[in-house]
Design a protein around this ligand. Structure first.
Ligand code: XUL
Ligand code: CO
Length: 437
């Protein structure tokens, strides 16, 4: 096939002074940050659904995006042409990973058997292209939300046949992820939630979701798939209340259902903000529970308030994200997946390059800024000092479990009043962070 992006060559690192819009100014894949190349630290991934399946439709308007390689049909030929365009794009961009839903890459057939056959045909081409280019699969997943059969949910549906269909689909999606050497498998509960409790048995739905995850785990083990399972929190949209609301709700579900260690989290920025949290909060909450597996890098628009999935360009945001990633010592086997889409007004194919280059540069800058903040120990030293009263004396006894209420009472009766508090210095610390940006 003719090139999909004939006017764009491989994107090179040209440094901060470059004015070339098709070059990296900050992402030099070979540059080391905290002993790791940016390529290995960031593990960038391009997502198939937004980048190769989005058309620019919205609730008010028709498709706008120009994708000359895509005839808009559901033919296998079109799906295969799309694979070639995708791998050309990802290679020229220089991202080491990609990820997809089963239905992004291959069309649904008239029956499950035909659908699986379609998927196998496209997976063969994906495998060939991975071999040719060295691009790897960060994660696979199943689309359990687009088809009308999933109107009441998939693992949390009221229709047992639909549960069985979803199970068959996830079984196949895990198998193709394994076939393609995928290093993670993601569960985003597209319609695993409800709009109204008048018609919903919440207990049965949650039990079914847990059963579903255990079946997925058993199947993965039976075929030797060792990739990490990831649950992706999102509070709402499409349902009013999703069971995977935020990191805390997901970890509660994981812990209560014997899935600790089996399932970690794929945390997404715009989902965090929809839940009323910052991305840094969600990541840190996951990290301290040893469950920060991977991230979907994007950003929302606080004035719009829905899941706008924009490309991340805010250096404050990427610095905060990188502070957590560096604290954890990286994300591998997870990565930084751009679950982001160009605006429908940005309809040229080249806009896909501008969008990804901007996101990759923003995270590279965030990584370097965060590493300098960490090297100087400014936040770490402050926080350590802030909690120093728990390092010895009565504080140490509280932390190691030696102190009981009675002892704390006699300690305080003797002392009469607590030691004075110290300032939290929030404004000072915000100024310090500004000095690094
Ligand atoms: C939806 C979303 C999904 C998941 C994969 O908001 O983020 O694309 O990342 O199903
Ligand atoms: Co996502």
């Amino acid at each position: 096939m003719a090139e999909a992006f004939p006017d764009v060559g491989p994107i090179q690192y040209e440094g901060p002074d470059s004015k070339n819009p098709l070059a990296f100014k900050h992402y030099n894949p070979e540059e080391e940050v905290e002993g790791r190349t940016l390529r290995d630290l960031l593990r960038y991934s391009v997502c198939y659904w937004h980048t190769f399946r989005a058309t620019g439709t919205d609730p008010f308007g028709a498709a706008t995006l120009q994708r000359p390689w895509d005839d808009g049909s559901d033919s296998i030929e079109n799906a295969l042409r799309r694979v070639d365009a995708a791998f050309e794009f990802i290679s020229k961009l220089g991202a080491p990973f990609y990820c997809f839903h089963d239905r992004d890459v291959a069309p649904e057939g008239a029956s499950l058997a035909e659908t699986n056959k379609n998927l196998d045909a496209v997976v063969a081409r994906l495998k060939e292209k991975q071999g040719e280019t060295g691009i790897q699969l960060l994660w696979g997943t199943a689309n359990l939300f687009s088809h009308p059969r999933f109107m009441h949910g998939a693992a949390t549906t009221c229709n047992a046949d639909v549960f069985a269909y979803a199970a068959a689909q996830v079984k196949k999606a895990i198998e193709v992820t394994h076939e393609l050497g995928g290093v993670n498998y993601v569960f985003w509960g597209g319609r695993e939630g409800y709009h109204n409790l008048y018609n919903t048995d919440m207990q049965r739905e949650l039990d079914h979701l847990a059963r579903f995850m255990h079946m997925a785990k058993e199947h993965a083990q039976s075929i030797g798939f060792t990739g990490q399972f990831l649950f992706e929190p999102k509070p709402k949209e499409p349902t009013k209340h999703q069971y995977d609301f935020d990191a805390a709700a997901c970890l509660n579900f994981i812990g209560r259902n014997g899935l600790d260690g089996v399932v970690k989290l794929n945390v997404e920025t715009n989902h965090a903000t929809l839940a009323g949290h910052t991305m840094m909060h969600e990541m840190e909450y996951a990290r301290i529970h040893n469950a920060l597996g991977s991230i979907d890098a994007n950003t929302g628009d606080l004035l719009l308030g829905w899941d706008t999935d924009q490309f991340p360009t805010d250096i404050y945001l990427t610095t905060q994200v990188m502070l957590v990633i560096l604290k954890q010592g990286g994300l591998a086997p997870g990565g930084v997946n751009f679950d982001a889409k160009v605006r429908r007004e940005s309809f040229d194919p080249v806009d896909l390059f501008h969008a990804h280059i901007g996101g990759m540069d923003a995270f590279a800058r965030g990584a370097k800024i965060a590493a300098r903040i960490r090297a100087d120990g400014v936040l770490e030293d402050f926080v350590k000092n802030r909690y120093r009263t728990f390092d010895e004396g009565i504080g140490a006894k509280i932390e190691n479990g030696a102190a009981k209420f009675a002892e704390l009472e006699s300690y305080m009766l003797d002392k009469g009043e607590a030691a004075p508090n110290e300032s939290g210095r929030q404004e000072y610390l915000e100024n310090v962070i500004n000095d690094y940006l």
